[in-house]
Ligand binder design. Structure first.
Ligand code: PAD
Ligand code: ZN
Ligand code: ZN
Length: 380
């Protein structure tokens, strides 16, 4: 029986309040309105940013909410006015939209789009559809969307500017990582740092984002890639993906930035922070070489923390940059990244430590927080 135009009842993971576990509930998902698409999510990764969003120190969260922003699925139905999608299309929801018309979309200088909700506060996009209402209800309560994607639901509704069609042959339980972690780290190296052939790099934090940054440094032809983590279990995969030197800051008496500076003749060309720790952001800047060292910040620091930078470092030619979704203009780039994966240009499979049924979502968060997974992919 067709579900088009009807409310769908399905399972979703709801975060009822900050700091709580997810509870699997039956939710009602309303049909898509104008310029919206209802998507059956097939697989979704779990990213550290989802954990940030429900952390009690992240003050801007709205509850109850359906999180999830690293998913892939199949179009179930389309709302009025949608021309680019049809039922059955394989798609990736995009937390960085690309409307193609705003001043940011029209500029080659940025991948931001003004359609991203609350652009000024970056990840606090736990909110509603563009018309200010929610498509989700549970137990009579309205549930907030998250980043325009809400992939922790068997069905979700997204705006047409926050969705892209991908290759019909793509394995959704792998390419979902292109929806966030992979693209962010890989793009941080390629698009934001613009790592050069023969250069030296340091990547701080070897989760899904950091290991993807290692891959981005390698594909850009870096000659030396330092991979830094306080969890030594991350090192074997980092080496497999291109790291030349793996360092645990806890193994040294000196600060890690001094160790790297000494090991690499005055510092590296590029340093990429993929943790969200402001002290490490400073270390990343400090371990770059004077003259032209570039530090790229990827990690999201929660709780309104700020970084203090000595102007002298900047006067000495060091630069700080940062990235949102790896600098990729989403609708233009995501299908190409999927094709590149299909052509075996990078190793996404290595990032998937576990594939679990959706109901194990709390286990997936535990594995991430205990440092036992690069990525866990949940399948419906
Ligand atoms: P993750 O938790 O899987 O990986 C973080 C890694 O950092 C782990 O391996 C930790 O062991 C390691 N680590 C923690 N503390 C330290 C330390 N002091 N020194 C060295 N290593 C340490 O996270 P992830 O890879 O999913 O995400 C990383 C960050 O990137 C996180 O802050 C997330 O919110 C952010 C992010 N940003 C964007 C963006 O567009 N800017 C997108 C996606 C994720
Ligand atoms: Zn993410
Ligand atoms: Zn735009």
């Amino acid at each position: 029986m067709s579900t088009v135009g009807k409310v769908i009842k399905c399972k979703a993971a709801i975060a009822w309040e900050a700091g709580s576990l997810f509870s699997i509930e039956e939710v009602e998902v309303a049909p898509p309105k104008e310029h919206e698409i209802r998507v059956k999510i097939v697989a979704t990764g779990v990213c550290r940013s989802d954990a940030h969003a429900i952390s009690p120190s992240f003050k801007e969260g709205l509850f109850p909410v359906i999180l999830g922003h690293e998913g892939a699925g199949i179009v179930e139905s389309t709302g009025p006015g949608v021309t680019k999608f049809k039922p059955g299309d394989k798609v990736i929801p995009l937390y960085m939209p690309q409307c193609g018309q705003c001043k940011f979309c029209l500029s080659p200088k940025t991948n931001l789009c003004e359609k991203i909700s609350k652009i000024k506060t970056a990840i606090s996009d736990q909110d509603l559809m563009p018309d200010g209402t929610s498509r989700f209800t549970c137990k009579g309560k309205q549930i907030y969307h998250f980043m325009g994607t809400s992939t922790f639901s068997e069905y979700t509704v997204v705006a047409e500017t926050s969705l892209v069609k991908i290759d019909d042959a793509a394995p959704l339980e792998k390419v979902c990582l292109i929806g966030c972690g992979f693209s962010t780290g890989y793009g941080a190296a390629i698009n934001t740092a613009k790592v050069e052939p023969g250069s030296t790099c340091a990547v701080f934090g070897l989760g899904g984002v950091g290991l993807s940054a290692v891959m981005g440094c390698k594909v850009s032809g870096a000659s030396r890639i330092f991979a830094i983590d306080i969890n030594k279990d991350k090192f074997s995969l980092a080496k497999e993906l291109g790291a030349t030197d793996c360092l645990n800051p806890q193994d040294f008496k000196k600060p890690i930035q001094e160790v790297i500076t000494e090991m690499n003749d005055g510092g590296v060309d590029f340093a990429i922070e993929c943790i969200g720790n402001i002290a490490v952001m400073n270390a990343a800047l400090e371990c770059t070489t004077v003259g032209w060292g570039t530090c790229v910040i990827v990690g999201v620091a929660v709780g309104g923390q700020t970084i203090a930078v000595s102007p002298m470092q900047l006067i000495m030619g060091k630069k700080i940059n940062a990235t949102f979704f790896g600098g990729w203009k989403s609708i233009d780039s995501v299908p190409k990244l999927v094709s590149d994966y299909m052509a075996k240009k990078f190793n996404l499979d290595a990032l998937v430590t576990y594939t679990l049924p959706f109901e194990k979502i709390n286990k997936a968060f535990d594995l991430m927080c205990e440092g036992k997974s690069t990525r866990t992919v949940l399948v419906f």
